[in-house]
Structure formats: C-alpha cells, structure tokens
Ligand binder design. Structure first.
Ligand SMILES: *[C@@H]1O[C@H](CO)[C@@H](O)[C@H](O)[C@H]1NC(C)=O
Ligand SMILES: *[C@@H]1O[C@H](CO)[C@@H](O)[C@H](O)[C@H]1NC(C)=O
Ligand SMILES: *[C@@H]1O[C@H](CO)[C@@H](O)[C@H](O)[C@H]1NC(C)=O
Ligand SMILES: *[C@@H]1O[C@H](CO)[C@@H](O)[C@H](O)[C@H]1NC(C)=O
Ligand SMILES: *[C@@H]1O[C@H](CO)[C@@H](O)[C@H](O)[C@H]1NC(C)=O
Length: 306
C-alpha cells in the first residue's frame, strides 16, 4: 500500500515537472538538483527574488508550506534554522526557482602560530578560526622573504592536504636575520580575511620533546635517566640541544627540575626508597634560541625498598 502510494506520488511529480530531481522520496515535492546556492550571514536580512518579468500568482514555499504570495520573500534576522531549500512556484504550481539558503559567517582573520621544530630546515605554521564560520572555508597559505626593496618571491606554504590548517615553510636560508612574512588567508562565500605574520626562524625554534626516555634505578637511591634527541631535529651535531629533567612524585607540584645537560643522560641522587617518581625531559636549542620543547610523556620508576 505505502509503496504504491509513494511510487504514485513520484509518478505524478515526474510527469508534472520537467527538471531533474534529487532522489528524495518523501511525499513533499523533492528538491530539484538544479537549486542555486544563496549565501548569507546569520542575523542578516535576506531577500529571495523569484523572477524578473511575470509577478502574478507566484508564491514561495518551504517544505510544501506557503510562506508568501508574491515574487519576493523577505527574511529578517536570519538564524540557522532557516537554512534550506526555498521553492518559488508559478500560477499553475510549476516550479520556477529553487534557492538553497546557506547561512554562516565571513571568516575572521586566522589565529596563526609558527614554530621551528627542525631548525634550520623548516618552519611549521598552524592556525585556528574562531568563531567557526560554519560555511565551507578554504585557506591560502603563502610566504616570502623580506629582503630589502626587491619584489618578493611569493611561495606556497605547503599543506599535506588541502583541508589542513597547518603548513610547512621551507628554504635553504632559514639562518637568515631577515624575517619571512607568512600570509594565511581564509576564504568563504561571504568574504575573506588575512593574517600576515612576521617570522624569524631563529626566534621561534621549538624542538619536539626528546624520545626513548628511560629510567634505571642504581644502588644508593639514585636513578639514571637516558634519552635521545627528538628525531625531527635534523642535525644534533652542528645544532646541539640542551635538556632539562623533571622529577615529580605525589602531587604534581612536588616537582624538581635539573639541568641543563648537554649530554643524553644524567644521574639523580638523594631519592627516597619506595617512592614512585615520574620523570620527563625537555629539549632546547643549546644556544638558547626560541623555546623549550613540551615535556616528554612521563616515565615512572619506583625505587626499591632497601
Ligand atoms: C523540512 O523537511 C525536512 C525533511 O522532512 C525536515 O528535516 C525539516 O526539519 C523541515 N523543515 C522545516 C522548516 O519544516
Ligand atoms: C535576532 O535573533 C536573535 C536570536 O535568534 C536575537 O537574540 C536577537 O535579539 C535578534 N535581533 C533582532 C535585531 O531582532
Ligand atoms: C595574502 O594572500 C591573499 C590571498 O592570496 C592576497 O589576496 C593578499 O593580497 C595577500 N596579502 C598580502 C599582504 O600580501
Ligand atoms: C655539520 O656541519 C658540517 C659543516 O657544515 C657538515 O659537513 C656536516 O655534514 C654537518 N653534520 C651533520 C650531521 O649534518
Ligand atoms: C606514569 O604515571 C603517570 C601518572 O600517574 C601516568 O599517567 C602514566 O600513564 C604512567 N606512565 C607509564 C608509562 O606507565
């Protein structure tokens, strides 16, 4: 019964309308696949205009309900619930126009931060977008070197995938004392916004945390801690790193930090038998450029009761 009924509705509609329809099979008139997109900012007023010329007998409907008789539908202070397909019908019930109203915001300037985990090979920049523009938004990421007066050679800041909000700036002269400018531009149907950031790689060095952190209990309530440099750091020979080691036990505020060490191990003495220590290591460029890495994940060791 039901199947028959919906098939029949579909028959009538197919016969009645000449345009191609989407595959929807509700009893409401399906959306034409040929609807036009109309973008507007949330809270704005929107005018949906059916057609120039003939104005008699037109009406706007949404989901089958008539919203207004006439060629123009005014929406004020639009909200997200008003998104969707609006259909304009002619005097004989013939569809004249379908508009897909899509609401959101123009992008605001992206919040960009850049750091150099692989100095001097490359710089990473990542960004966030707030508030969420809701509408599909894409990004254009470029950079250039600011060298006195010349026309800048603008290069793409590479993104592994188009939708990534993170890009890589590469050059052979990252040692430079002249900054780069990074341009991150957000674009959607309602507008675009740019953030331009001046970046001096040496000042934004920030290694990734050290890896392979190991703790070994030694006799006499001592612990030896060993680690390896972050694998993303390209040249630990010519660009040495220094390390800080942090021990904590009990509450996180009972922590002590020792360092810096230019080696890849240290021994901590004067610890308490039976106590569990959580050990983390961070790395920093040995010349003191930029910032320390984040702390490595904790390695835990319980000292044997002697
Ligand atoms: C229109 O119909 C669709 C599908 O039945 C439903 O999800 C939507 O909430 C309806 N919109 C309005 C405004 O009634
Ligand atoms: C617009 O709508 C929002 C919520 O939908 C409401 O808070 C606001 O007061 C309205 N503004 C005007 C000017 O009516
Ligand atoms: C930043 O990039 C956008 C998009 O490519 C471009 O339109 C804009 O002019 C650039 N801004 C500057 C300051 O170069
Ligand atoms: C360190 O620098 C020297 C001289 O520039 C270079 O030959 C060597 O390959 C570098 N070391 C590493 C590990 O890249
Ligand atoms: C070490 O201890 C911390 C805090 O109790 C815990 O979150 C972490 O998972 C432990 N790590 C290992 C490797 O067991």
């Amino acid at each position: 019964m039901f199947l028959q009924r919906s098939l029949c509705t579909f028959c009538v509609l197919t016969a009645f309308f000449s345009k191609a329809w989407s595959q929807e099979t509700s009893t409401e008139p399906p959306e034409p696949s040929s609807s036009q997109d109309l973008y507007a900012a949330i809270g704005s007023s929107v005018e949906l205009t059916c057609a120039d010329g003939a104005t008699e007998g037109l009406e706007w409907r949404r989901n089958g309900s008539v919203l207004v008789s006439g060629p123009v539908l005014h929406l004020h202070n639009t909200s997200l619930e008003e998104e969707g397909v609006y259909m304009c019908y002619g005097p004989k019930g013939d569809p004249v126009k379908a508009l897909h109203l899509k609401l959101g915001y123009a992008p605001s300037p992206p919040k960009v931060q850049c750091w150099a985990p692989s100095f001097p090979l490359n710089v990473l920049c990542s960004w966030t977008q707030s508030p969420d523009p809701i509408l599909p938004t894409h990004y254009i990421s470029t950079y250039w070197h600011v060298d006195g007066g010349q026309v800048p050679f603008v290069r793409p800041c590479q993104r592994p995938r188009e939708q990534d909000r993170r890009c890589v700036l590469e050059d052979d002269e990252l040692y430079t004392l002249v900054p780069y400018l990074v341009n991150i531009t957000a674009v959607n149907a309602l507008g675009s916004a740019t953030t331009t950031l001046s970046v001096l790689p040496e000042h934004i060095v920030k290694p990734d945390p050290p890896v392979n952190v190991k703790a070994t209990a030694l006799t006499g309530n001592k612990v030896q801690v060993q680690w390896s440099p972050p694998p993303t750091w390209p040249d630990p020979v010519n660009f040495t790193l220094k390390y800080n080691v942090r021990f904590h036990w009990g509450k996180a505020n009972l922590a002590s930090t020792m360092g810096p060490y230019e080696s890849d191990s240290m021994v901590w003495s004067g610890l308490m038998a039976g106590r569990t220590y959580h050990i983390r290591v961070s790395a920093m460029d040995a010349m003191g450029y930029g910032q320390s890495s984040e702390w490595s994940d904790p390695v835990n060791i319980t000292l044997p009761n002697s």
